[in-house]
Design a protein around this ligand. Structure first.
Ligand SMILES: [Zn+2]
Ligand SMILES: [Zn+2]
Length: 371
């Protein structure tokens, strides 16, 4: 069992194991043996802080089928305690990619390493295939092919834990925008972010730093909208006659005026509004609609006659993860990233952590496995 010191390697890890929805609760705390020797390419990390993602909640409430038994959780950061790779050293403070990359399949050869045909997904793989590849655990054992990125000391665990999911995904999404204005360039672009969740908040900061002159953010939740303002957004609430902004002095989002719309809310009903606000030749990036209830009611005529580009973005590549860490390193003083992390619980209080994560009060709830 863990001896309580995060950086020494105990004989066993303590992990939160998902055992299926037919059991109540659908998870148990379990000890599993840590091998003395890693296989080539593997990395063993002592988890400093994990974060509960919306997709983990989807698993726990039956909205996403997840193979089990598996160690749940994918977001997090930690310290390398054993390494089977020459480029990763013991003592490195790191985050990891949420899926492995084989580098040999067709999709990898096309640069779509985020969709590698042979990928093993963190927090979604049965224990027999890749033991301990989940972040709700004192230790995570990353299989060969897992992107590993070093974290600078200035990044607190609260800042760093969600980098490997919502921030890296948003870096990927924004890389799809055809042309991004340089900061300070006149005539810089205007964007609309649909959803002030974790992905939406990161998108706002990324676009502001990329040189966008205005980033509107729309959400039902007024307290989240007020947080979006701290990251540079112009808030818009749907209760008001669309498209009025919250501030009566603020200019209105006109139809056909926005260069880029990013859907980051998972609600298919927002598509009509997004299409209406896009200018001719605008770009619509869909990120949040990862569930089955996503059949769109879109007039293809609008897509054709406005010459719109629709792009779907799922997860990210190792390059996006590196860029996400770099972005956070460069801008953590300018935005209150740490405050996006709500309460932090030990593994033994996972039930309370999940209740906190289900409420809309926090952007993220943390799990501190060594607490
Ligand atoms: Zn996530
Ligand atoms: Zn591959």
């Amino acid at each position: 069992m863990s001896n309580g010191c995060p950086n020494s390697v105990p004989t066993h890890a303590r992990s939160l194991v998902f055992i299926g929805l037919e059991r109540s609760p659908p998870y148990i705390l379990e000890a599993s043996k840590i091998p003395n020797e890693l296989e080539e390419g593997e990395v063993l990390i002592s988890v400093e802080l994990a974060a509960i993602c919306g997709s983990d909640i989807h698993t726990l409430v039956g909205q996403r089928s997840t193979p089990h038994p598996c160690v749940l959780g994918h977001e997090g950061c930690g310290v390398v305690v054993r390494s089977g790779r020459p480029d990763v050293q013991e003592g490195d403070r790191v985050t990891w990619g949420i899926s492995t990359i084989c580098g040999n399949c067709l999709l990898c050869s096309l640069g779509l390493t985020n969709k590698c045909e042979n990928q093993i997904k963190c927090g979604q793989v049965i224990i027999k295939r890749a033991a301990l590849f989940g972040s709700y655990s004192t230790h995570i054992r990353c299989p060969a092919g897992t992107p590993i990125v070093t974290l600078p000391p200035a990044l607190t665990p609260q800042m760093a834990a969600p980098v490997n999911c919502p921030l890296a995904t948003m870096v990927h999404a924004i890389s799809k925008i055809p042309s991004i204005p340089r900061p300070g360039q006149p005539g810089a672009s205007v964007a609309l972010i649909q959803g002030a969740g974790m992905m939406g908040i990161y998108a706002i900061a990324l676009l502001k730093e990329a040189g966008f002159s205005k980033v509107y953010c729309i959400d039902m939740n007024r307290s989240r909208l007020s947080r979006a303002v701290e990251f540079g957004a112009t808030p818009v609430h749907p209760d008001q006659a669309w498209p009025n902004a919250l501030d009566p002095n603020e200019e209105i989002v006109s139809p056909d005026s926005v260069d880029v719309v990013i859907e980051a809310c998972g609600n298919k009903e927002v598509l009509t509004q997004g299409m209406r606000t896009l200018r001719v030749g605008g770009t619509y990036i869909l990120v949040g609609l990862v569930h089955k209830d996503s059949k769109l009611n879109v007039l293809a005529q609008t897509v054709v006659t406005k010459c719109l580009t629709l792009i779907g973005v799922h997860n990210y590549t190792s390059q996006h993860l590196e860029e996400a860490v770099k972005f956070l390193s460069q801008h953590h003083d300018r935005y209150p990233f740490s405050s996006l992390m709500g309460p932090i619980y030990p593994l033994s209080e996972f039930r309370n952590a999940v209740e906190g994560a289900k409420s809309a009060h926090f952007f993220r709830v943390g799990i501190s496995p060594h607490m």
